[in-house]
Design a protein around this ligand. Structure first.
Ligand code: SF4
Length: 320
């Protein structure tokens, strides 16, 4: 499929400042050389523990934070370094759904106004046409027309996320970035929202970058999955391969925490100790060596590159 998003060598380093003079004393290496692409109608799941940089990747793609290095192409156009006004026509093509439908919707706006806002800002429609457009979006995401005048606090968590989805759809984007879009919802509601997103993808050839700390959540919706650890992608392949034949020890550890629905499938159990080290001073060599049960001397010195070890299967580990 035609690539909708191509990210290459993306880095985002945040300065750490101290004292009255706000001197830079170091950097948080939040994203440290990440590359991937997403085709039309495709979902890439981006997975990792909190602090691994996945949210910063999403924000850098949307240019909510300015990348330190690397390039971002959206729908064939290089949007890296574009100024705000130049970015505007491209910005419409990508939208975000946030994690927390409780805090991401303006409590003083009616649900209808929340969905109408992007249409108004981009002068797509007004008056009755605008109301009809919003009503159609409400119905498409499983809300009722009559609910347009209600306020966010009058909706359940799942319904609020539907409002967020309707708002994201309003400008007919090519790419939607979901930053933990179902993590705040009950499991049964999570499935409904994911199914809605999948239906919308089929209808509109939407591409998704689906960010989550939970492999079980991305499993259903993703075509490919990239696993991040301390600012880098450590494994990237299609969903089936990742779940049946993970090649990076960190992926193995993440999978050990995911229940296996079919008892006939035996998965290697790997439990890693400790927390993710600070991204301010990431361990030298392989970032994962402080927690990896297979680490050898070389791992403490040499940083493994992400290599295609089998066609379509990229892994960053010296032992592969
Ligand atoms: Fe473990 Fe070494 Fe592979 Fe890193 S490179 S994942 S430390 S075996």
């Amino acid at each position: 499929a035609k690539p909708v998003l191509e990210v290459s060598g993306l880095k985002k380093h945040f300065p750490v400042r101290k004292g009255l003079l706000r001197r830079t004393v170091g950097h948080v290496f939040a994203v440290d050389g990440v590359s991937f692409s997403i085709g039309e109608g495709e979902t890439l799941g981006l997975v990792g523990e909190s602090g691994c940089g996945k949210t910063t990747v999403g924000r850098a793609v949307l240019r909510l934070v300015e990348p330190t290095d690397g390039s971002i192409r959206l729908d064939g156009a290089d949007i890296t370094g574009l100024r705000k006004a130049e970015l505007r026509p491209h910005r419409r093509k990508m939208q975000i759904i946030f994690q927390d439908p409780f805090s991401s919707l303006n409590p003083r706006m009616s649900a209808g106004d929340i969905v109408a806002e992007p249409l108004g800002v981009h002068r797509v429609a007004r008056g009755k046409a605008l109301r009809d457009e919003v009503a159609a979006l409400f119905e498409r995401v499983g809300l009722r027309r009559a609910q347009m005048d209600a306020y966010p606090h009058q909706f359940s968590g799942g319904q609020r996320q539907r409002i967020g989805i309707a708002r994201a759809l309003a400008l007919n984007p090519k790419l939607i970035i979901g930053d933990e879009p179902v993590s705040a919802l009950d499991v049964s509601i999570q499935a409904q929202v994911i199914n809605l997103l999948m239906d919308l993808q089929r209808e509109r050839r939407l591409s998704y970058l689906f960010i989550s700390h939970n492999l079980a959540v991305v499993e259903h919706i993703s075509h490919r999955i990239a696993v991040m650890y301390l600012g880098r992608i450590v494994e990237h392949t299609d969903k089936k391969t990742l779940f049946t034949n993970p090649l990076h020890p960190y992926t193995e550890a993440l999978l050990s925490a995911v229940p296996v629905p079919d008892p006939a499938i035996k998965r290697k159990k790997l439990v890693v100790q400790g927390d993710v080290p600070s991204p301010v001073r990431p361990p030298p060599g392989c970032h994962f060596h402080t927690r990896c049960p297979y680490a050898v001397d070389r791992c403490r010195i040499d940083s493994p590159a992400l290599r295609e070890v089998v066609p379509g299967h990229h892994v960053a580990c010296h032992l592969r």
